[in-house]
Ligand binder design. Structure first.
Ligand code: PMP
Length: 436
């Protein structure tokens, strides 16, 4: 079976005339997988997409993470419809916001206070401002390959989309701003120590994805987060966790309370940035942290942050409904089981064809790198076969399997995927690998 997509091809040509690059986010382009028209989807339900030519795809993109309950989950859809019937945007406080804030705080105890924004980019950007206000310092230390959205400071040597496109620094960011950011390798405490020895007195915060989702799925080495928190605090800087992908991805909670880490208190951050899953598929971001730090934020404190759309009832209602679905017992174990089955199937398909493949699976998510070494940091993720990934991506797409068009992006399972979907995906992977 080979899928034909004449309508996507036509729409892409049309889109190119009106929308820059034909896409509204560069990661949606197929530039990193050999170019050409991306698939234009028209409908999504559960684990499936249908494109404009009525081809069906099993989806592992999950919209880059938020769609953990599958597309158009009835409970979330109902919540959104019910909400918009009562108006779309108030510009006043609502009771709903308190409910979602409570749910987040209960799940992520390091957050005494929360503020809702509209995207992961905004939430990360604001945690940096708040950390700077609190510490009265300017520099930020971040990690190579961790993507934190597209605000100026964190787009310095960033990963994910920017690295895929081979743009380590974006144009339009003044070098004076880039000079405020120090980038060190992930999973290397000595490198962080060195950076803090040199710049610690000027460092407001160390920003990290505690479990990385942007150069594949990568766990921190044992003791790494404990060491990172201690070194950072000893330097008088704040720890910021970017949990835009990781919160509610692996269990009902964040990385901070994930069972792989023995002492949750030792790895608690000062501030946390959230997004994606907590909006149930509608635009959202949130940040939170220790009371005295969060009290820097207006109207209580001198750090300004605002938003016309922030806390809009539709996003908040979708977020509450999504978290309610995720509280159902057994949900995460089921995604874990299916992801493990798929990861094993991928490894076997690769081995049968003599193709080196490193699969990092963390619960219902994983990454598949074409290489014969482990992937524990960005250098190792870069040192993988992108051309082979591109060929694999296309061979999967042509069999109705939708992956993210980048070797750096994760595969996400949802609560809607079934054993039959996984079996079909493994069969497709076998055929794809045989062709590489
Ligand atoms: N932080 C992380 C870890 C992300 O993966 C992303 C987006 N992929 C962001 C921040 C930015 O979020 P948004 O695209 O909602 O602005």
């Amino acid at each position: 079976m080979t899928i034909h997509r004449p309508t996507s091809d036509r729409l892409y040509q049309e889109a190119l005339q009106h929308i820059v690059g034909g896409v509204n986010s560069p990661s949606r382009s197929y530039k990193a997988v050999g170019g050409g028209a991306p698939v234009f989807m028209k409908r999504a339900e559960g684990a499936y997409f249908w494109d404009v030519d009525d081809n069906r795809y099993i989806d592992y993109l999950a919209a880059y993470g938020p769609i953990i309950t599958g597309h158009a989950h009835p409970h979330i859809t109902e919540a959104i419809i019910e909400s918009v019937r009562n108006g779309t945007l108030y510009g006043t406080p609502t009771e709903l916001e308190i409910k979602l804030a409570r749910m987040l705080k209960e799940a992520i105890p390091s957050m005494d206070k929360v503020r809702f924004v509209n995207s992961g980019t905004e939430s990360v950007m604001t945690t940096i401002r708040v950390a700077r206000a609190y510490t009265k310092r300017n520099k930020i230390i971040k990690f190579a390959g961790c993507y934190h959205g597209h605000s100026d400071l964190v787009l310095v040597a960033a990963g994910s989309g920017p690295s895929t496109l081979g743009i380590p620094d974006s144009a339009g960011i003044p070098t004076s701003i880039a000079h405020e950011v120090i980038t060190v390798p992930f999973n290397d405490l000595d490198a962080l120590k060195e950076a803090l020895e040199r710049w610690g007195d000027d460092t407001a915060a160390v920003m990290v994805e505690p479990i990385v989702g942007n150069f594949g799925m990568v766990m921190p080495h044992e003791g790494y987060l404990e060491g990172l928190c201690k070194l950072t605090r000893d330097a008088g800087a704040l720890v910021i966790y970017d949990e835009v992908i990781s919160a509610f991805r692996f269990h009902y909670g964040s990385s901070q309370t994930y069972h792989a880490f023995p002492d949750h208190k030792e790895i608690e951050p000062d501030l946390t940035a959230l997004g994606k899953i907590i909006g149930g598929g509608l635009p959202i971001g949130a940040y939170g942290g220790r009371r005295e730090i969060m009290e820097q934020v207006a109207p209580l404190g001198p750090a300004y942050q605002a938003g016309t759309m922030a806390g809009n009832p539709a996003s908040i209602s979708a977020g509450i409904a999504c978290l309610e679905v995720l509280q159902e017992p057994g949900i995460y174990d089921r995604m874990d089981r299916l992801a493990a089955k798929l990861a094993d199937g991928m490894r076997e398909a690769a081995a049968a064809n003599g193709i080196p493949l490193t699969v990092n699976q963390i619960r219902g998510s994983f990454s598949a790198h074409f290489c014969d070494h482990p992937v524990t940091n960005y250098d190792e993720a870069q040192d993988t076969d992108g051309e082979r990934f591109g060929a694999f991506f296309r061979a999967m797409l042509d069999q109705g399997i939708n992956l993210a068009p980048s070797k750096y992006e994760a595969w996400f399972l949802t609560t809607a995927h079934t054993d039959a979907d996984i079996d079909a995906t493994i069969e497709a992977a076998k055929k794809a690998m045989a062709k590489l």
